[in-house]
Ligand binder design. Sequence first.
Ligand code: BES
Ligand code: MN
Ligand code: ZN
Length: 504
Amino acid sequence: MRFKVVIGDVKQFDGDAIIVSIFEEEPLQSAAAEVDAALEGAISALRESGEITGKLNEVTVLYTLGKLPAQRVAVVGLGKREELELDRIRQAAAVSSQRLRKAKARRLASVVHGAGLGSIEPEQAAQAVVEGTLLGLYEFRTYKTEDEEDHSEVEELVLIEREKTKQAALERGVEVGQITAEATNLVRDLVNTPANDLTPTKLAQRAQEIAATVGLECEVLGREQMAELGLNLLLGVAQGSAEEPQFIILRYRGGPEDEPALGLVGKAITFDSGGLSLKSGESMESMKDDMAGGAAILGAMQAIAKLHLPLNVTALIPATENLPSGTAQRPGDIRRALNGKTVEILSTDAEGRLILADALAYAEQMGLAPIIDLATLTGSCFVALGNVCCGGFSPDEKLLDRLVAVGRQAGEKIWPLPLFEEYREQIKSDNADLKNIGGKGGGACTAAKFLQEFVGEDTPWVHLDIAGVVMRDKAQHYYPKGATGFGVRTLVNYAISQAKRVRG
Ligand code: BES
Ligand code: MN
Ligand code: ZN
């Protein structure tokens, strides 16, 4: 899909449809008012009859019947003006473009909802419109043999703005929005792809392809190299599967050579059966999504490279299946992690923390800082927070606050959860330094506490437990049913803010 910014009058657009927005409980303004006048009061009439209210995400399509060059006008509600925030702009862009796609419109123009209103910068607003549109129009059709009869695609969105002074900012916003949303949709594709087609090897191949396309360094370690390094916990999880595990390392160098790289670590269990601690059939159904953390890291790296951000970033993605077999690890096995600590594996289904332990210790060895990890780590995080927000853990309150803030901008909510010392008691083992399950209660916290054992005390680190937010069972505004691509936009925003911070 193409995007462009045009300075001019939205009424002059001669494509299939134009999108204007209105607020709840106030008179029509700017573009909506002008379009209303051109349509001889058609919008205000519907408004008076109560059919159009301006409520958030309400979309009404009107035919222009020759009164304007474009055939249709979509009027989308933004809700109350004082409640406007970036995420509402994203949502409104999504629902209006979805509605117009249904009407077979291909070439759309839109005003930049909210640009310059309150604290919303034109650049951010343009970014949100583009993100909402691309995210909202996403469909996973890889395995659909036949096109749906009425299938139609939007080809172009033109953002129209009257003021020339805003052009450069809007263009930058469009670029950032397109890069971020495309990266998010890439992640959605990876997460939606079934485990038979997305093995660790295939994921590594995709990483190599992406790296070659956008200019990242990519190194992939196989079983032997992992054994040489001592990534024993990862190898333990992998030993039940016939598929070779892959440790994917991506490097982006945009900053000075001597500056420590931001470390991104993502869990990539391409299928989690639980191993010998086998899951029930029902809870196994969705476990192709257990690589969503790793996929989000890969998507973020693609976006960071395309944006040429001036900072260094290294991504570590441990990838393996977790399957039961005659060679699988057993409950009770004890293995030594890369950082020397021994772990008693009491449940082979608590495998995420095992592969992350080695990856975090490796990130630490590489001197990465800060380190941010994303993992579909615990069902208990889903139980606690649902699909509304992910859990965020960090001993560094300021760093976590920053992530929460950039996440909010991105429309991805992070809720802080504790790493209290008491949780450590729950993961002490009788037979080894640690055990990989923390017993009843506080499952997300004991898992995070376990990870903390593998990060240096002085290394700033944040763990995001994204188990609840990577899949949705219902479509809603810019979320389709299925994979959400959660994490990409937060990480990209964080990298942008980090680059600004260091280089002003
Ligand atoms: N991949 C799962 C976590 C998960 C569960 C993600 C549900 C999404 C939805 C993880 O590997 C796991 O199995 N965790 C166990 C840990 C337990 C054995 C301590 C869990 O949460 O049940
Ligand atoms: Mn598991
Ligand atoms: Zn898992």
